[in-house]
Design a protein around this ligand. Structure first.
Ligand code: ADP
Length: 390
């Protein structure tokens, strides 16, 4: 059973056509620089060998979708429906939902919480409804998995009238990935796993405390700025810093927003790059700022893993995932070393193995099982489409 998965950004549109039962991918790619000069579609498909690139103007998402249709038609595969990744589901999507005029309206209604993403995603849904009138569409929100965490975890200690009026709470993010990581880890470990700290460490990074499949807490908050130190985001800092920057530094609200989201994190600490590979190279050459960037990343990640564990009163398994978690043996080891005091032990030979499979990298006597779980948000989205439309 095939599903088309769409992940739209303001200037990009990622797509993947996959078989939900076998996880086989027939075509996948990204329409980049939509609405900007130099647009192109990069893709791979079973219909042609090797990586392909179509250079063509992409004035809007509709034009991009037309290229996607051609690419999909060339595979000779049909699909049962379309799954759309939506970054912010607000209070409307405790679970995935079929697209109707009403549910699409909700994506736009909550867009002020994620303006860079939700509007583009809603537009892409609209385009798909127009171009594929006989196919169903499903909204899979990144926030859904976190929506039912305990109130003591999601509520902020701000005045009730303010939080109620503005819908302020911890929404979290990466929920579809954390949900997949739980599922894949459970399939790998079996009945022995109950309390998992899922570590999605990419350029955006978050942790999730998952007990028997239920999210108990997560490190991202109202927005994805909270929690861990990330590629360009500062993560948790004293909230009064915002007021201080404004009052004493003279920065505008928009400037502070840009600073904290785009100019901070590993980029600011290393002074050279937001990409952990560049920082690793710098640290190996003795660059003290690069080393401090890593030391702080390990320190904060270790601290927040403990925070997640505390929310479940313990944990038996932790799983590394996403760009850093899946690929960087150095950073996995750095994080694990922070937890050595409480019995986490990594087998360095197993840690060094590169593989696209779920694998265990802890020693037999480690108190906590440590896994590497390649995430697959597209498959999770496709599974929801199968559940709702299949
Ligand atoms: P996102 O989806 O949030 O953009 P990813 O999960 O793709 O991020 O992670 C991207 C990051 O992963 C890169 O910025 C880089 O720091 C890290 N990364 C990717 N590949 C490797 C690798 N082979 N070794 C070390 N780090 C890597």
């Amino acid at each position: 059973m095939n599903v088309l998965v769409i992940n739209a950004g303001s200037s990009s549109l990622k797509f993947q056509l996959l078989d939900v039962d076998t996880a086989e991918v027939y075509a996948k790619g990204n329409c980049e620089r939509i609405g900007i000069e130099g647009a192109f579609v990069g893709y791979e498909s079973v219909a042609v060998e090797g990586k392909q690139k179509i250079e063509a103007p992409l004035p809007d998402h509709k034009t991009a979708m037309k290229h996607v249709i051609d690419i999909i038609n060339a595979t000779g595969q049909d699909f049962i429906g379309i799954g759309h990744r939506v970054v912010q589901g607000g209070w409307y999507f405790p679970e995935s939902k079929v697209v109707t005029d009403e549910t699409l309206g909700w994506v736009r209604e909550v867009a002020p919480l994620a303006p860079l993403h939700n509007y583009a995603e809603a537009d892409a849904i609209e385009v798909c409804r127009e171009l594929f009138p006989d196919k169903g569409n499903v909204i899979v929100a990144d926030t859904s998995f976190h929506y039912n965490m305990p109130e003591k975890a999601w509520r902020y200690a701000l005045p009730r009238d303010v939080v109620d009026k503005l819908h302020i709470r911890k929404y979290g993010a990466h929920g579809t990935s954390h949900r997949y990581i739980w599922r894949a880890a459970k399939q790998f470990v079996g009945d022995d796993m109950h309390k998992l700290v899922s570590c999605h460490l990419g350029s955006g990074a978050s942790l999730s405390a998952i007990q028997d499949g239920h999210d108990m807490d997560t490190t991202m908050g109202l927005t994805p700025l909270d929690g861990l130190i990330m590629g360009t985001r500062c993560g948790t800092i004293d909230p009064a810093t915002v007021c201080y920057l404004h009052r004493e530094g003279g920065y505008s609200v928009d400037e502070i927003d840009t600073m904290m989201n785009k100019q901070s994190g590993l980029l600011a600490l290393s002074g050279i790059s937001s990409d952990s590979r560049d920082i690793e190279e710098g640290a190996a050459k003795g660059d003290a700022n690069c080393q401090m960037a890593f030391d702080m990343f390990y320190y904060r990640t270790g601290q927040l893993i403990m925070e997640m564990a505390q929310s479940m009163h313990g944990f038996d398994t932790m799983a590394f995932s996403a760009g850093i978690g899946e690929n960087s043996a150095t950073m996995r080891l750095g994080v694990a070393k922070e937890l050595e005091w409480m019995g986490v032990k990594i087998d360095e030979e197993k840690n060094a193995i590169r593989s696209g499979e779920v694998r265990e990298i802890s020693t037999p006597d480690s108190k906590i099982r440590v896994l590497v779980v390649p995430t697959n948000e597209e498959l999770m989205i496709a599974l929801d489409v199968k559940d709702l439309l299949g």
